[in-house]
Write a protein that binds this ligand. Structure first.
Ligand SMILES: [Zn+2]
Length: 223
């Protein structure tokens, strides 16, 4: 049977539902507290759907999401919902990386603990993490809502898809919003494992030869 072509409206509706779903996951996993965190997804070359400010991302409804252009101008917003000032860092990702379709920002506790210490997660301990992510760097501290935060991400564009934000939290991006969310899960998992291994005498890295083998597998997995 021929696959029905999705209309832009259907695509937008599906994306809105998926963003709400991801919000609930971030909330239930305690990656965000109160109204923290934000999620966005690219709708088209120049349009982005973003979560609103002042709302728990665990209780999002599809109509609460706002549509903005890459400059941050509001294209569509229902009731009093407005994008977060942190949407600036999302938009910087979309402007710099046309192939990226989703961005997630959260404050997962283990990762945020390392972000507060200003310490990157750079120990190559597990095959999956080496293949999918490599090291997770720390972007220099910037005052929230200013251009300092997006500026701090610039060095990592095209090289990384998961970054700790010094003294703040973490941001991830991916080819779509699901990929960005999975990068956030992996980032927090890496931080948690790093913490746990330190409780039992510290990290133990794979050998350089084993790491090299895994890096070579990245293209095989389409990374
Ligand atoms: Zn934040």
């Amino acid at each position: 049977m021929e696959k029905k072509v999705e209309t832009p409206e259907e695509r937008e509706h599906k994306l809105r539902l998926l963003i709400c779903d991801i919000g609930r996951n971030l909330f239930n996993k305690e990656y965000i507290a109160a109204n923290d965190g934000n999620i966005s997804a690219r709708l088209s070359e120049s349009e982005v759907l973003a979560t609103p400010t002042g709302v728990s991302k665990g209780y999002l409804e599809p109509h609460m999401l706002v549509k903005v252009n890459l400059a941050g101008d509001i294209l569509e917003a229902h009731e009093d919902y407005r994008p977060s000032t942190e949407v600036k860092m999302h938009l910087r990702v979309y402007r710099a990386l046309p192939g990226m379709g989703g961005v997630v920002h959260a404050h997962p506790p283990f990762a945020t603990a390392f972000a507060i210490k200003g310490e990157p997660l750079d120990k190559m301990m597990m095959p999956e993490s080496v293949i999918a992510m490599g090291d997770i760097p720390v972007a220099q501290y910037g005052t929230p809502s200013t251009e300092e935060v997006p500026d701090s991400l610039e060095p990592f564009f095209g090289k990384k898809s998961a970054v700790l934000l010094e003294s703040h939290g973490a941001i991830t991006w991916g080819k779509d919003v699901m990929a960005a969310y999975m990068n956030m899960e992996r980032l927090e998992y890496t931080a948690k494992l790093t913490f746990l291994t330190r409780m039992i005498d510290g990290e133990r890295e794979l050998s350089p030869k084993r790491i090299e083998e895994l890096v070579a597998l990245r293209s095989f997995y389409g990374m």
